[in-house]
Design a protein around this ligand. Sequence first.
Ligand code: 4AD
Ligand code: MG
Length: 464
Amino acid sequence: TTAPVAEVLAGKHQAGTTIQIQGWVRTKRDSKAGLSFIAVHDGSCFDPIQVVALNTLDNYNDILRLTTGCSVKASGMLKQSEGKGQSLEIEANSIEILGWVENPDSYPMAAKRHSIEYLREHAHLRPRTNIIGAVTRVRNCLSQAVHRFFHEQGYCWISTPILTASDTEGAGEMFRVSTLDMNNIPRDDKGDVDYSQDFFGKETFLTVSGQLNVETYCTAMSKVYTFGPTFRAENSNTSRHLAEFWMIEPEVAFADLATIAQLSEDLLKYIFKAVLAERADDMAFFEQRVNKDVVKRMQAVVDNDFVRMDYTDAIDILIKSGKKFEFPVEWGIDLSSEHERYLAEEHVGAPIIMQNYPKDIKAFYMRLNDDNKTVAAMDVLAPGIGEIIGGSQREERLDVFDARLKEMNLDAQDYAWYRDLRRYGTVPHAGFGLGFERIVAYVTGVANVRDVIPFPRTPGNANY
Ligand code: 4AD
Ligand code: MG
Protein backbone atom coordinates (compact mmCIF):
# COMPACT_ATOMS: atom_id res chain seq x y z
CA THR A 1 0.00 0.00 0.00
CA THR A 2 0.97 3.59 -0.56
CA ALA A 3 1.45 5.94 2.38
CA PRO A 4 1.27 9.74 2.42
CA VAL A 5 4.67 11.30 3.08
CA ALA A 6 3.26 13.03 6.19
CA GLU A 7 2.36 9.68 7.70
CA VAL A 8 5.81 8.23 7.02
CA LEU A 9 7.71 11.24 8.38
CA ALA A 10 5.49 11.31 11.46
CA GLY A 11 6.83 7.88 12.35
CA LYS A 12 3.60 5.94 11.79
CA HIS A 13 5.54 3.12 10.12
CA GLN A 14 8.42 1.24 11.67
CA ALA A 15 11.95 1.43 10.33
CA GLY A 16 12.68 -1.81 8.51
CA THR A 17 9.26 -2.12 6.89
CA THR A 18 8.71 -1.80 3.18
CA ILE A 19 6.85 1.30 2.17
CA GLN A 20 5.66 2.96 -1.03
CA ILE A 21 5.20 6.67 -1.62
CA GLN A 22 4.26 8.73 -4.68
CA GLY A 23 4.78 12.34 -5.47
CA TRP A 24 6.88 14.89 -7.34
CA VAL A 25 10.62 15.38 -7.30
CA ARG A 26 11.60 18.55 -5.49
CA THR A 27 15.37 18.19 -5.79
CA LYS A 28 17.89 15.49 -6.66
CA ARG A 29 21.55 15.15 -5.79
CA ASP A 30 23.80 12.47 -7.25
CA SER A 31 26.89 11.28 -5.41
CA LYS A 32 29.99 10.00 -7.08
CA ALA A 33 29.64 6.76 -5.16
CA GLY A 34 26.74 5.68 -7.40
CA LEU A 35 23.88 6.96 -5.26
CA SER A 36 21.11 9.47 -5.89
CA PHE A 37 19.22 11.32 -3.18
CA ILE A 38 15.79 12.34 -4.37
CA ALA A 39 13.54 14.60 -2.30
CA VAL A 40 9.91 13.73 -3.05
CA HIS A 41 6.91 15.77 -1.91
CA ASP A 42 3.23 14.86 -2.14
CA GLY A 43 1.59 17.89 -0.50
CA SER A 44 0.69 16.10 2.73
CA CYS A 45 3.27 17.98 4.82
CA PHE A 46 5.95 20.62 4.44
CA ASP A 47 8.98 18.34 4.24
CA PRO A 48 9.72 16.06 1.32
CA ILE A 49 10.93 12.55 2.05
CA GLN A 50 14.36 11.48 0.95
CA VAL A 51 14.45 8.51 -1.40
CA VAL A 52 17.88 6.94 -1.84
CA ALA A 53 18.49 5.23 -5.19
CA LEU A 54 21.44 2.90 -5.67
CA ASN A 55 23.04 2.39 -9.06
CA THR A 56 22.05 -1.27 -8.84
CA LEU A 57 18.45 -0.31 -9.77
CA ASP A 58 17.49 -1.45 -13.31
CA ASN A 59 16.51 2.02 -14.44
CA TYR A 60 19.33 3.92 -12.69
CA ASN A 61 20.22 5.69 -15.94
CA ASP A 62 16.70 7.08 -16.13
CA ILE A 63 16.78 8.00 -12.46
CA LEU A 64 19.89 10.10 -13.13
CA ARG A 65 17.82 12.11 -15.62
CA LEU A 66 15.07 12.97 -13.11
CA THR A 67 14.58 16.70 -12.58
CA THR A 68 12.42 18.91 -10.39
CA GLY A 69 8.73 18.34 -11.10
CA CYS A 70 8.93 14.75 -12.41
CA SER A 71 6.34 12.41 -10.87
CA VAL A 72 7.47 9.13 -9.35
CA LYS A 73 6.30 6.13 -7.38
CA ALA A 74 9.00 4.74 -5.10
CA SER A 75 9.07 1.77 -2.81
CA GLY A 76 11.71 0.37 -0.55
CA MET A 77 12.84 -0.07 3.00
CA LEU A 78 12.20 2.64 5.55
CA LYS A 79 15.43 3.59 7.35
CA GLN A 80 16.62 6.05 9.93
CA SER A 81 18.55 8.56 7.88
CA GLU A 82 22.30 8.67 8.46
CA GLY A 83 22.29 12.30 7.46
CA LYS A 84 21.34 15.24 9.64
CA GLY A 85 18.63 14.98 12.29
CA GLN A 86 16.35 12.08 13.04
CA SER A 87 14.44 11.98 9.79
CA LEU A 88 13.49 8.87 7.92
CA GLU A 89 14.36 7.95 4.37
CA ILE A 90 13.45 5.24 1.91
CA GLU A 91 16.11 3.01 0.44
CA ALA A 92 14.47 2.33 -2.87
CA ASN A 93 14.17 -1.08 -4.44
CA SER A 94 12.09 0.38 -7.22
CA ILE A 95 11.40 3.83 -8.60
CA GLU A 96 8.79 4.03 -11.28
CA ILE A 97 8.87 7.23 -13.29
CA LEU A 98 5.29 8.28 -13.94
CA GLY A 99 5.79 11.60 -15.72
CA TRP A 100 8.80 13.41 -17.11
CA VAL A 101 9.25 17.16 -17.24
CA GLU A 102 9.69 18.14 -20.87
CA ASN A 103 12.63 20.39 -21.42
CA PRO A 104 13.60 20.93 -17.75
CA ASP A 105 15.22 24.30 -18.46
CA SER A 106 11.82 25.68 -19.37
CA TYR A 107 9.96 24.25 -16.34
CA PRO A 108 8.44 27.34 -14.71
CA MET A 109 8.79 25.94 -11.18
CA ALA A 110 12.49 25.02 -11.32
CA ALA A 111 13.95 24.60 -7.84
CA LYS A 112 15.03 28.12 -7.01
CA ARG A 113 13.45 31.07 -5.25
CA HIS A 114 10.79 32.74 -7.34
CA SER A 115 9.13 36.02 -6.51
CA ILE A 116 5.55 35.77 -5.26
CA GLU A 117 4.43 37.88 -8.24
CA TYR A 118 6.06 35.42 -10.63
CA LEU A 119 4.25 32.54 -8.95
CA ARG A 120 0.94 34.39 -9.34
CA GLU A 121 1.45 34.33 -13.10
CA HIS A 122 1.72 30.53 -12.97
CA ALA A 123 -1.29 29.80 -10.78
CA HIS A 124 -1.65 26.28 -12.17
CA LEU A 125 1.86 25.20 -11.14
CA ARG A 126 2.47 27.31 -8.06
CA PRO A 127 0.90 24.80 -5.60
CA ARG A 128 4.05 22.73 -6.12
CA THR A 129 6.20 25.36 -4.43
CA ASN A 130 7.06 25.35 -0.72
CA ILE A 131 5.23 28.54 -0.01
CA ILE A 132 1.96 27.89 -1.83
CA GLY A 133 1.93 24.30 -0.55
CA ALA A 134 2.23 25.62 3.00
CA VAL A 135 -0.46 28.28 2.42
CA THR A 136 -2.78 25.61 1.02
CA ARG A 137 -2.40 23.34 4.04
CA VAL A 138 -2.87 26.19 6.50
CA ARG A 139 -5.94 27.41 4.60
CA ASN A 140 -7.39 23.92 4.74
CA CYS A 141 -6.60 23.61 8.45
CA LEU A 142 -8.36 26.93 9.11
CA SER A 143 -11.49 25.99 7.17
CA GLN A 144 -11.76 22.61 8.87
CA ALA A 145 -11.32 24.32 12.24
CA VAL A 146 -14.07 26.83 11.42
CA HIS A 147 -16.54 24.04 10.70
CA ARG A 148 -15.41 22.10 13.79
CA PHE A 149 -15.80 25.16 16.03
CA PHE A 150 -19.37 25.81 14.91
CA HIS A 151 -20.30 22.15 14.93
CA GLU A 152 -19.07 21.75 18.51
CA GLN A 153 -21.08 24.82 19.54
CA GLY A 154 -24.29 23.48 18.03
CA TYR A 155 -24.49 25.70 14.93
CA CYS A 156 -26.20 24.59 11.74
CA TRP A 157 -24.32 25.20 8.48
CA ILE A 158 -26.61 26.89 5.93
CA SER A 159 -25.85 26.98 2.20
CA THR A 160 -26.80 30.45 1.02
CA PRO A 161 -27.27 31.32 -2.67
CA ILE A 162 -24.64 32.80 -4.93
CA LEU A 163 -27.15 34.14 -7.46
CA THR A 164 -29.34 36.80 -5.89
CA ALA A 165 -31.31 39.97 -6.41
CA SER A 166 -30.54 41.44 -2.95
CA ASP A 167 -27.76 43.92 -2.31
CA THR A 168 -27.03 43.01 1.31
CA GLU A 169 -24.54 45.77 1.95
CA GLY A 170 -26.44 48.32 -0.07
CA ALA A 171 -23.16 49.57 -1.47
CA GLY A 172 -23.91 48.94 -5.15
CA GLU A 173 -20.98 46.54 -5.46
CA MET A 174 -22.76 43.62 -7.08
CA PHE A 175 -21.52 41.95 -10.26
CA ARG A 176 -24.35 41.60 -12.73
CA VAL A 177 -25.01 38.10 -14.01
CA SER A 178 -27.52 39.08 -16.66
CA THR A 179 -25.96 41.20 -19.36
CA LEU A 180 -27.03 40.90 -22.95
CA ASP A 181 -24.35 41.43 -25.55
CA MET A 182 -26.12 43.89 -27.83
CA ASN A 183 -23.80 43.13 -30.74
CA ASN A 184 -24.57 39.47 -30.58
CA ILE A 185 -28.10 38.99 -29.30
CA PRO A 186 -28.82 35.28 -28.96
CA ARG A 187 -32.05 34.13 -30.63
CA ASP A 188 -34.00 30.93 -30.38
CA ASP A 189 -35.43 28.82 -33.26
CA LYS A 190 -38.33 31.22 -33.69
CA GLY A 191 -36.08 34.27 -33.85
CA ASP A 192 -37.09 35.54 -30.43
CA VAL A 193 -34.44 36.90 -28.08
CA ASP A 194 -33.08 34.01 -26.01
CA TYR A 195 -32.53 35.20 -22.47
CA SER A 196 -31.74 31.77 -21.05
CA GLN A 197 -28.08 32.59 -20.45
CA ASP A 198 -29.05 35.87 -18.83
CA PHE A 199 -30.87 34.25 -15.96
CA PHE A 200 -33.93 33.98 -18.15
CA GLY A 201 -34.24 37.74 -18.41
CA LYS A 202 -34.47 38.48 -14.70
CA GLU A 203 -31.96 40.93 -13.31
CA THR A 204 -29.61 38.89 -11.16
CA PHE A 205 -26.30 39.46 -9.42
CA LEU A 206 -23.56 37.60 -7.61
CA THR A 207 -24.01 37.81 -3.85
CA VAL A 208 -21.91 40.22 -1.78
CA SER A 209 -22.83 38.46 1.48
CA GLY A 210 -25.01 35.59 2.65
CA GLN A 211 -26.21 37.56 5.65
CA LEU A 212 -29.82 38.33 4.75
CA ASN A 213 -30.42 34.71 3.80
CA VAL A 214 -28.72 33.38 6.87
CA GLU A 215 -30.81 35.71 9.04
CA THR A 216 -33.93 33.92 7.85
CA TYR A 217 -32.57 30.59 9.01
CA CYS A 218 -31.33 32.12 12.23
CA THR A 219 -34.90 33.08 13.12
CA ALA A 220 -35.82 29.39 12.98
CA MET A 221 -32.71 27.38 13.81
CA SER A 222 -31.31 29.83 16.41
CA LYS A 223 -27.58 29.33 15.72
CA VAL A 224 -26.46 29.16 12.10
CA TYR A 225 -23.55 30.08 9.86
CA THR A 226 -22.69 30.19 6.20
CA PHE A 227 -19.23 29.72 4.69
CA GLY A 228 -18.97 30.35 0.99
CA PRO A 229 -17.76 32.54 -1.84
CA THR A 230 -18.88 36.16 -2.08
CA PHE A 231 -18.22 38.78 -4.74
CA ARG A 232 -17.54 42.49 -4.72
CA ALA A 233 -17.49 44.74 -7.75
CA GLU A 234 -15.30 47.31 -6.02
CA ASN A 235 -12.39 48.52 -8.06
CA SER A 236 -9.87 48.15 -5.24
CA ASN A 237 -6.41 47.13 -6.31
CA THR A 238 -5.00 46.59 -2.85
CA SER A 239 -3.32 43.73 -1.05
CA ARG A 240 -6.50 43.21 1.05
CA HIS A 241 -9.18 43.15 -1.63
CA LEU A 242 -10.38 40.46 -3.98
CA ALA A 243 -13.31 40.51 -6.40
CA GLU A 244 -14.15 36.96 -5.22
CA PHE A 245 -13.44 35.99 -1.64
CA TRP A 246 -14.74 33.55 0.95
CA MET A 247 -16.68 34.65 3.96
CA ILE A 248 -17.72 32.97 7.20
CA GLU A 249 -20.95 34.45 8.54
CA PRO A 250 -22.46 33.24 11.81
CA GLU A 251 -25.89 34.55 12.83
CA VAL A 252 -27.23 34.07 16.36
CA ALA A 253 -30.77 34.51 17.67
CA PHE A 254 -31.52 35.86 21.15
CA ALA A 255 -28.12 37.56 21.00
CA ASP A 256 -26.77 41.09 21.22
CA LEU A 257 -23.55 42.81 20.22
CA ALA A 258 -21.63 41.56 23.25
CA THR A 259 -22.53 37.96 22.40
CA ILE A 260 -21.11 38.09 18.91
CA ALA A 261 -18.10 40.14 19.97
CA GLN A 262 -17.26 37.25 22.28
CA LEU A 263 -18.07 34.75 19.54
CA SER A 264 -15.62 36.45 17.17
CA GLU A 265 -12.91 36.29 19.82
CA ASP A 266 -13.61 32.63 20.62
CA LEU A 267 -13.66 31.67 16.95
CA LEU A 268 -10.35 33.36 16.16
CA LYS A 269 -8.66 31.81 19.19
CA TYR A 270 -10.00 28.37 18.33
CA ILE A 271 -8.84 28.38 14.71
CA PHE A 272 -5.44 29.87 15.58
CA LYS A 273 -4.88 27.15 18.17
CA ALA A 274 -5.74 24.54 15.56
CA VAL A 275 -3.09 25.91 13.20
CA LEU A 276 -0.46 26.10 15.95
CA ALA A 277 -1.20 22.50 16.92
CA GLU A 278 -1.63 20.96 13.48
CA ARG A 279 0.60 22.95 11.15
CA ALA A 280 3.75 23.61 13.14
CA ASP A 281 5.83 22.56 10.13
CA ASP A 282 4.30 25.14 7.80
CA MET A 283 4.29 27.84 10.48
CA ALA A 284 8.01 27.31 11.09
CA PHE A 285 8.56 27.97 7.40
CA PHE A 286 6.48 31.17 7.43
CA GLU A 287 8.29 32.37 10.52
CA GLN A 288 11.66 31.77 8.92
CA ARG A 289 10.99 32.94 5.41
CA VAL A 290 8.00 35.27 5.34
CA ASN A 291 7.52 37.15 8.61
CA LYS A 292 9.41 36.38 11.81
CA ASP A 293 6.46 37.49 13.95
CA VAL A 294 3.71 35.24 12.62
CA VAL A 295 3.83 32.60 15.34
CA LYS A 296 4.43 35.12 18.11
CA ARG A 297 1.48 37.29 17.16
CA MET A 298 -0.83 34.28 16.78
CA GLN A 299 0.18 33.08 20.19
CA ALA A 300 -0.52 36.56 21.56
CA VAL A 301 -4.02 36.47 20.06
CA VAL A 302 -4.64 33.10 21.70
CA ASP A 303 -3.29 34.17 25.10
CA ASN A 304 -4.79 37.66 25.52
CA ASP A 305 -8.25 39.12 25.78
CA PHE A 306 -9.22 41.29 22.83
CA VAL A 307 -9.60 44.95 23.65
CA ARG A 308 -13.14 46.36 23.26
CA MET A 309 -13.23 49.98 22.22
CA ASP A 310 -16.04 52.33 21.26
CA TYR A 311 -15.74 54.17 17.96
CA THR A 312 -16.21 57.47 19.82
CA ASP A 313 -13.26 56.71 22.10
CA ALA A 314 -11.16 55.65 19.13
CA ILE A 315 -11.75 59.01 17.48
CA ASP A 316 -10.55 60.72 20.67
CA ILE A 317 -7.43 58.57 20.74
CA LEU A 318 -6.65 59.33 17.10
CA ILE A 319 -7.09 63.07 17.61
CA LYS A 320 -5.02 63.09 20.81
CA SER A 321 -2.25 61.06 19.13
CA GLY A 322 -1.27 64.27 17.33
CA LYS A 323 -0.31 62.13 14.32
CA LYS A 324 -0.64 63.53 10.79
CA PHE A 325 -2.98 61.18 8.97
CA GLU A 326 -3.63 61.32 5.24
CA PHE A 327 -7.38 61.36 5.99
CA PRO A 328 -8.21 63.91 8.73
CA VAL A 329 -9.94 62.56 11.82
CA GLU A 330 -13.29 63.77 13.12
CA TRP A 331 -16.35 62.08 14.60
CA GLY A 332 -18.42 60.59 11.80
CA ILE A 333 -15.67 59.53 9.41
CA ASP A 334 -15.27 55.97 8.23
CA LEU A 335 -11.99 54.75 9.70
CA SER A 336 -9.46 54.18 6.98
CA SER A 337 -6.73 51.62 7.01
CA GLU A 338 -4.12 54.06 8.43
CA HIS A 339 -6.41 54.81 11.39
CA GLU A 340 -7.20 51.16 12.01
CA ARG A 341 -3.56 50.25 11.86
CA TYR A 342 -2.49 53.03 14.21
CA LEU A 343 -5.04 51.86 16.77
CA ALA A 344 -4.30 48.15 16.47
CA GLU A 345 -0.54 48.36 15.97
CA GLU A 346 0.71 51.39 17.85
CA HIS A 347 -1.94 52.18 20.43
CA VAL A 348 -3.02 48.71 21.56
CA GLY A 349 -0.67 46.21 19.93
CA ALA A 350 -3.37 43.53 19.83
CA PRO A 351 -6.68 42.86 18.08
CA ILE A 352 -9.38 45.42 18.87
CA ILE A 353 -13.11 44.92 18.76
CA MET A 354 -14.32 48.34 17.68
CA GLN A 355 -17.97 48.95 18.53
CA ASN A 356 -20.87 51.36 18.10
CA TYR A 357 -20.14 53.21 14.87
CA PRO A 358 -22.04 56.25 13.55
CA LYS A 359 -25.17 55.02 11.77
CA ASP A 360 -24.48 57.12 8.68
CA ILE A 361 -21.42 55.07 7.69
CA LYS A 362 -23.04 51.69 8.27
CA ALA A 363 -25.51 49.40 6.53
CA PHE A 364 -29.32 49.68 6.76
CA TYR A 365 -29.81 46.51 8.82
CA MET A 366 -27.76 47.51 11.87
CA ARG A 367 -29.55 48.09 15.17
CA LEU A 368 -29.96 51.70 16.24
CA ASN A 369 -28.57 52.52 19.69
CA ASP A 370 -30.46 54.60 22.24
CA ASP A 371 -28.36 57.67 21.39
CA ASN A 372 -30.02 57.67 17.93
CA LYS A 373 -26.59 58.44 16.45
CA THR A 374 -24.76 55.16 16.53
CA VAL A 375 -25.55 51.56 15.63
CA ALA A 376 -24.62 48.32 17.40
CA ALA A 377 -21.89 47.48 14.90
CA MET A 378 -18.52 45.86 15.47
CA ASP A 379 -15.33 45.40 13.48
CA VAL A 380 -12.35 43.33 14.54
CA LEU A 381 -9.14 45.15 13.66
CA ALA A 382 -5.91 43.18 13.70
CA PRO A 383 -2.36 44.54 13.77
CA GLY A 384 -0.69 44.24 10.40
CA ILE A 385 -3.86 43.93 8.33
CA GLY A 386 -6.69 46.07 9.71
CA GLU A 387 -10.33 44.95 9.42
CA ILE A 388 -10.75 41.18 9.39
CA ILE A 389 -14.31 40.96 10.71
CA GLY A 390 -17.36 43.16 10.32
CA GLY A 391 -20.66 42.53 12.07
CA SER A 392 -23.55 43.93 14.07
CA GLN A 393 -26.67 43.38 16.05
CA ARG A 394 -29.56 43.54 13.58
CA GLU A 395 -32.51 45.91 13.79
CA GLU A 396 -35.32 43.60 14.91
CA ARG A 397 -37.92 46.34 15.60
CA LEU A 398 -40.13 46.79 12.56
CA ASP A 399 -41.01 50.43 13.22
CA VAL A 400 -37.38 51.44 13.72
CA PHE A 401 -36.35 49.41 10.68
CA ASP A 402 -38.96 51.05 8.47
CA ALA A 403 -37.93 54.50 9.65
CA ARG A 404 -34.33 53.66 8.77
CA LEU A 405 -35.28 52.47 5.28
CA LYS A 406 -37.14 55.70 4.72
CA GLU A 407 -34.23 57.78 5.95
CA MET A 408 -31.96 55.95 3.50
CA ASN A 409 -34.42 56.28 0.62
CA LEU A 410 -34.83 52.53 0.33
CA ASP A 411 -38.08 51.00 -0.80
CA ALA A 412 -39.76 48.84 1.86
CA GLN A 413 -41.25 46.68 -0.92
CA ASP A 414 -37.79 45.51 -1.91
CA TYR A 415 -37.33 44.21 1.61
CA ALA A 416 -40.68 42.46 1.96
CA TRP A 417 -39.35 39.04 2.96
CA TYR A 418 -36.75 40.58 5.26
CA ARG A 419 -39.46 42.67 6.94
CA ASP A 420 -41.52 39.51 7.47
CA LEU A 421 -38.85 38.27 9.89
CA ARG A 422 -39.69 41.38 11.94
CA ARG A 423 -43.44 40.88 11.57
CA TYR A 424 -43.62 37.27 12.64
CA GLY A 425 -41.93 36.34 15.91
CA THR A 426 -39.11 38.83 15.78
CA VAL A 427 -36.15 38.33 18.13
CA PRO A 428 -32.95 40.17 18.90
CA HIS A 429 -30.20 38.67 16.76
CA ALA A 430 -26.68 39.43 15.68
CA GLY A 431 -23.92 38.15 13.44
CA PHE A 432 -20.70 38.97 11.66
CA GLY A 433 -18.66 38.24 8.55
CA LEU A 434 -15.07 37.02 8.68
CA GLY A 435 -13.09 37.54 5.48
CA PHE A 436 -11.38 34.20 5.07
CA GLU A 437 -8.47 35.34 2.88
CA ARG A 438 -7.65 38.15 5.30
CA ILE A 439 -7.33 35.56 8.06
CA VAL A 440 -5.18 33.23 5.97
CA ALA A 441 -2.94 36.20 5.09
CA TYR A 442 -2.71 37.22 8.74
CA VAL A 443 -1.85 33.70 9.90
CA THR A 444 0.77 32.99 7.23
CA GLY A 445 2.21 36.49 7.08
CA VAL A 446 1.79 36.44 3.30
CA ALA A 447 1.32 40.09 2.43
CA ASN A 448 -1.23 39.90 -0.40
CA VAL A 449 -4.59 38.12 -0.28
CA ARG A 450 -4.04 37.10 -3.92
CA ASP A 451 -1.49 34.58 -2.75
CA VAL A 452 -3.67 32.83 -0.18
CA ILE A 453 -6.57 31.86 -2.48
CA PRO A 454 -5.92 29.26 -5.17
CA PHE A 455 -7.14 31.32 -8.12
CA PRO A 456 -7.41 35.04 -7.29
CA ARG A 457 -10.02 37.18 -9.05
CA THR A 458 -9.11 40.83 -9.07
CA PRO A 459 -10.29 43.73 -11.24
CA GLY A 460 -9.99 42.54 -14.81
CA ASN A 461 -8.35 39.23 -13.97
CA ALA A 462 -10.14 35.90 -14.15
CA ASN A 463 -7.43 33.70 -15.67
CA TYR A 464 -7.42 29.92 -15.15
O1 4AD B 1 -17.63 44.29 6.43
P1 4AD B 1 -18.31 43.47 5.38
O2 4AD B 1 -18.65 44.12 4.09
O3 4AD B 1 -19.60 42.85 6.09
C1 4AD B 1 -20.56 42.11 5.50
O4 4AD B 1 -20.58 41.70 4.38
C2 4AD B 1 -21.65 41.69 6.48
N1 4AD B 1 -22.85 41.35 5.71
C3 4AD B 1 -21.15 40.54 7.29
C4 4AD B 1 -22.17 40.06 8.31
O5 4AD B 1 -22.45 40.78 9.25
N2 4AD B 1 -22.68 38.86 8.15
O6 4AD B 1 -17.40 42.20 5.05
C5 4AD B 1 -17.03 41.31 6.07
C6 4AD B 1 -15.56 40.96 5.95
C7 4AD B 1 -14.61 42.14 6.13
O7 4AD B 1 -14.37 42.39 7.48
C8 4AD B 1 -13.36 41.66 5.41
O8 4AD B 1 -12.60 40.80 6.24
C9 4AD B 1 -13.93 40.82 4.29
O9 4AD B 1 -15.26 40.46 4.65
N3 4AD B 1 -13.95 41.53 3.00
C10 4AD B 1 -13.11 41.28 1.99
N4 4AD B 1 -12.10 40.41 1.86
C11 4AD B 1 -11.43 40.39 0.68
N5 4AD B 1 -11.73 41.17 -0.37
C12 4AD B 1 -12.75 42.07 -0.29
N6 4AD B 1 -13.05 42.83 -1.35
C13 4AD B 1 -13.49 42.15 0.93
N7 4AD B 1 -14.54 42.89 1.35
C14 4AD B 1 -14.81 42.49 2.61
MG1 MG C 1 -16.80 46.10 6.86
